[in-house]
Design a protein around this ligand. Structure first.
Ligand code: SF4
Length: 358
């Protein structure tokens, strides 16, 4: 075989780099998809020891307009047919055809609520769960939804469609602070209805994965952000333990999403500073040492303002991303070395470009 010329080496490297950037962890998200037979996004990724297939279905827009969230803006306003949603699922499965036997977990989202039958017809959901029986390594199905749509009978029916899997409900708790929930986030979900939803999660035998936002108010200091996120996590732990619900926390540093009221308040607040990623890491490490299962969500979902995320803070270095990925894969739960170097003022080497979807 002829040795490759330097030019050929450069060519293949460049082509693979392009493929990796287009289809790997840094794949673009946040864009609308005009073809209703295609999902908004999908990604095969490691997640807390699992190999997860995340699929964001392209379905009717979430009717809520939380003040911090601009995700539903890219979804269609009309109901998407069962046939089209099933075609989206089939498309994703066929794109992954050579690694179907590696998928252990399937996460379903639609930038809203998978369990809301007005946006995601229940018959379609049943058909997809039935289809996952043939993804034979899948042991967990995660469905993202507001808890008001929890329905014990529906979960029992889904369980009959695939008895092999555990169901995990993924929901945004965000904060336990009433004022933050009502005024800044405009969740339209009083804590009392969240707790009723937790009762339904327990009655259905599901696990819970809950988002907690780090620094959900633009008026918070760094210290207040740490304390508030910790007390929101503790609140969830207490209420899940008392109901015997298995809990995973997704700790997300708050970012200002373009076009939201939250971003407008942050932009016009002179004291506003986005969260420090190292604070998020310290809290994640502390809670995981207490035995909590926790994942750090570093994705800005392709819709952040360039002044409104952890990337803008003075502690940020792209060398923080790799340790966070190892943490999320349960390969190292200790940030001691990287945080120690930062405390002693050592410059961290660059390792990977920021902006992965995690
Ligand atoms: S946070 Fe959830 S419920 Fe609120 S607008 Fe976004 S997708 Fe809808």
């Amino acid at each position: 075989m002829e040795p490759a010329t330097p030019d050929q080496h450069g060519g293949i490297e460049e082509r693979i780099r392009l493929l990796y950037d287009t289809f790997g962890q840094r794949k673009k998200m946040g864009l609308p998809e005009p073809d209703l037979r295609r999902p908004l996004f999908f990604l095969h990724r490691p997640f807390l020891g699992d190999l997860d297939l995340l699929t964001i279905f392209n379905t009717k827009r979430c009717k809520y307009q939380c003040h911090f969230c601009h995700l539903p803006a890219k979804s269609p306003k009309a109901l998407v047919s069962e046939e089209d949603i099933l075609a989206q699922f089939q498309f994703v499965v066929s794109e992954l055809k050579h690694s179907l036997s590696l998928i252990t977990r399937f996460t379903m989202s639609n930038e809203g609520s998978i369990l809301d039958p007005d946006t995601f017809p229940f018959g379609t959901l049943r058909a997809i769960v039935q289809g996952t029986r043939e993804l034979r390594m899948v042991r967990r199905i995660v469905m993202e939804t507001r808890l008001e749509f929890m329905n014990r009978d529906a979960i029992f029916e889904l369980r009959r469609c695939n008895p092999r899997v555990t169901f995990d409900i993924l929901t945004g708790f965000e904060s336990k602070d009433r004022e933050i929930r009502d005024e800044f986030l405009y969740k339209q979900e009083p804590i009392s209805s969240f707790l009723n939803g937790l009762d339904a999660v327990a009655a259905s035998g599901c696990d819970l994965t809950a988002y907690v936002l780090f620094k959900p108010s633009p008026y918070m200091t760094d210290e207040e952000a740490f304390q508030e996120a910790e007390s929101s996590i503790d609140y969830l732990v207490e209420h899940c333990q008392s109901r015997r619900i298995g809990l995973t926390i997704r700790l997300n540093p708050m970012y200002a999403a373009t076009g939201t009221k939250w971003a407008e308040i942050a932009r016009t607040t002179p004291t506003y500073k986005p969260p420090r990623l190292t604070d998020v890491m310290k809290l994640a490490q502390k809670k995981s040492k207490e035995g909590l299962q926790l994942y750090i969500g570093i994705s800005r979902e392709g819709i952040d303002e360039n002044w409104g995320s952890y990337l803008c803070r003075e502690d940020y270095s792209d060398a923080l991303i790799r340790p966070i990925k190892l943490f999320n894969e349960r390969k190292s739960l200790d940030f001691g070395e990287v945080l120690g170097k930062m405390n002693t003022g050592l410059r961290l080497p660059s390792t990977s470009p920021a902006g992965s979807n995690g």
